[in-house]
Ligand binder design. Structure first.
Ligand SMILES: [Zn+2]
Length: 304
């Protein structure tokens, strides 16, 4: 566990030391995890603002929706203080071979909202995954992947993974074309000093893909949290949106950090993120997407 004093030191030296790419990542993280987003709870005005932010970023970089709009409506369960109109944000980065297998890269943009007057900003959970997706998308647009990459920013993960379940139940391409899912949920906090890759126990064929990406990683990469022998809560197979894909027989790799002191607390703020660590996890995720894209045809053939 990093001492509070260390975090302060990181913050104090930040403005002078950030390179352009890291500064952009941190600026986006600050925007999506700002108080004005009111914790992005599904079905609230703050969620609609977060949605508008993501659509504006995707539009500005030249990404395209799959149908007529990035916004794909999702019906939420009725809850106090929220609307039932949710939405996933879905975009497609065209690959050089657009008829074959597809990779779905996902993160969830909703969080817990406002409770007792306190905004739960969810910088790590999961603004961090969304900003990683935006960063990766920009690079894929500049240097197209071999295969189509679908970006899915899910709504309502925090209220029963409603967005990802809706996605796999009404997928934008036939499910059998989705070769795998890479899901990012909580990739910014350095407290555990490592990024976990989960899912290879279910799909051992994906391990070499992650190993290849790990070779160049500046942050330690660990494998696990995906077996039934672990104590309750430590098997992450069902703990985020990759579960929806797993339940449809689609292999997944999930990237995330261990729970930390600010997990599901109002202190999950952007200024508690170590920019160097977070930049490192974004770079690993990007390398992983490239590695998966390069071998996606064989991943698709190995699918059950
Ligand atoms: Zn989350």
């Amino acid at each position: 566990m990093l001492a509070a004093g260390s975090v302060t030191a990181v913050q104090a030296q930040r403005p002078a030391t950030l390179d352009v790419t890291t500064a952009r990542i941190m600026q986006r993280l600050g925007a999506l995890a700002a108080d004005s987003m009111e914790g992005r709870r599904a079905g609230t005005p703050g969620s609609v603002r977060a949605r508008a932010y993501l659509v504006a970023e995707l539009t500005a970089m030249g990404a395209k929706p799959i149908g007529s709009s990035f916004v794909v409506p999702v019906t939420l369960r009725a809850r106090a203080g929220s609307d039932t109109a949710g939405a996933n944000i879905v975009a497609r980065i065209p690959g050089k071979h657009s008829s074959g297998p597809v990779l779905v890269l996902s993160a969830h943009y909703d969080h817990l909202g406002v409770r007792n007057g306190e905004v739960f900003n969810g910088a790590d959970d999961d603004a961090s995954g969304c900003v990683a997706l935006l960063t990766i998308a920009e690079r894929l647009l500049r240097e197209p992947p071999e295969h189509d990459v679908i970006l899915a920013f899910f709504d309502a993960e925090e209220s029963g993974m409603v967005g990802s379940k809706a996605f796999v139940n009404a997928p934008p391409v036939p499910l059998d074309r989705i070769a795998m899912n890479i899901n990012l949920d909580m990739v910014a906090r350095q407290d555990g000093k490592a990024l976990w890759v989960s899912g290879t126990s279910h799909s051992p064929g994906l391990k070499p893909i992650a190993d290849a990406a790990a070779k160049t990683s500046s942050v330690p990469i660990r494998f696990g949290h995906d077996t039934k022998d672990l104590k309750p809560g430590d098997d992450w197979t069902g703990s985020s949106d990759h579960a929806a894909f797993h339940n449809k027989g689609i292999p997944f790799l999930y990237l995330g950090v261990e729970d930390h002191v600010d997990y599901h607390k109002p202190g999950d703020d952007a200024d508690r993120v170590d920019p160097a660590f977070y930049r490192g996890t974004v770079e690993f995720a990007y390398a992983l997407v490239r590695s998966a894209d390069a071998t996606l045809a064989s991943v698709a053939r190995a699918k059950p």
